[in-house]
Design a protein around this ligand. Structure first.
Ligand code: ZN
Length: 72
């Protein structure tokens, strides 16, 4: 796991339990620790997470695949 920089444009909060910053996912609204276990890196700002968490990105990809499969 790699700790990422907390993006200024995202909602963030300090977690006293986990002793790390958490960032709110724009998609699901859940709070996730700001590291690479929970976020993909932003390609343009490699030390910051993307605005959508890993779980949402994976879910969206799976959904896209399902739609493609249905259409085929
Ligand atoms: Zn999410």
């Amino acid at each position: 796991m790699t700790i990422l920089a907390v993006p200024l444009s995202a909602e963030s909060r300090w977690s006293g339990d986990l002793l790390c910053w958490e960032v709110r996912c724009r998609e699901c609204g859940d709070w996730w620790p700001c590291d690479t276990d929970y976020w993909h890196r932003d390609r343009r700002r490699s030390n910051e997470p993307q605005r959508v968490c890993r779980a949402c990105q994976c879910g969206r990809w799976a959904q896209t695949k399902r739609i493609e499969r249905r259409a085929a």
